[in-house]
Design a binder for this molecule. Sequence first.
Ligand SMILES: C[S@@+](CC[C@H](N)C(=O)[O-])C[C@H]1O[C@@H](n2cnc3c(N)ncnc32)[C@H](O)[C@@H]1O
Length: 367
Amino acid sequence: MGKLNEKLTLLNGICPYFTMFPLDFPLNILKRRARKTDLVLDPFCGRGTTNFAARLVGLNSLGVDSSPVAAAITASKLVTATVDDILREAQLILTEYRANQIPTSEFWQWAYHPTVLDSLCRIREALLEDCSTAPRIALRGIVMGALHGPKQKTFPSYFSNQCPRTYAPKPAYALRYWLDRELLPEPMDVLAVIERRAKRYYGMTPVINGSVRLGDSRNEISLQPDHPENRFNWVITSPPYYGMRTYIPDQWLRNWFVGGSDTVNYTNQGQVVHASPKEFSDDLQQVWRNAARVCADDAKMVIRFGGITDRLVDPPVLIKSSLNESGWRIHAIRNAGTALEGKRQADSFLRKKTKPIIEYDVWATKQ
Ligand SMILES: C[S@@+](CC[C@H](N)C(=O)[O-])C[C@H]1O[C@@H](n2cnc3c(N)ncnc32)[C@H](O)[C@@H]1O
């Protein structure tokens, strides 16, 4: 990629998410193989990597995810907003809004300085009231990306006390960590953090947009294209890895920011079922069937799939069974190497040893 394109890709890093695949994975497929008018679908879009890749090559796409955090991150990668508009919106909210619901438990007192928490609550409530414009969707993505992370030596980049960036710490553990080390949350200029991030991520964005939907892909309606006469030509996706049930609880702080509870949310509503390999495979099969129904006759699907090594389940067997009678024919299954769960090795706040995940790429065509 040339220099200009490297700058364009920065927006993909606006907010971390779990088990995201590298941008190059969907980008290389679309750059090499897609036609100019192709439409792209990701029924498990996560932080919107496939949709952003489609945007970079000038293709329209639809992303669907049942996690409000994933849908909000993806939305922030598909809008076109200027730095000035984002800052004007943030300034307006911070001067004109008053927060009504400020969490008060000990965790929150230690997680954020009171003035920072007040600003975050103002922005949260204003965006919950209306997040329909491009600057507001961008602002939501920026604040989510800065909500928690490590303390920086130069100027602050994250609003929280010392935290991991990829997942939200559980309150009891985090409190112990901060108390043991006497780490107090610091005051900071919230607007300055937003400005630095707006300049980094929205200094330059491609014009093509794309859309995202908060929905359960097991329901046929969730995958309907925006225009009913359209058909998707590509499905590039990565379903939850078998045994990883923590997408919602591990993102509970960001989930709070998009309207969820200010305590850890352990429900897995809208998520595929991990109770047994059979139930998991049946759920995936339903999604593949729904995808086949909204795809063109010559559509292709590429699935990156993996499993945590200590589960007594063979990922290729599981994915093959999910594709059985799903409307898709498998062409190839390739070993894509290993990845570390949620890239946790990058965090200074490690709670457990990371486990390698063996990944496979499955190529299929519509039957
Ligand atoms: C492996 S992640 C996708 C990561 C994505 N490829 C990326 O780069 O960010 C799987 C996603 O599937 C979502 N998911 C799980 N069950 C779902 C369902 N029934 N409908 C839609 N999304 C679902 C999870 O919320 C999670 O974001």
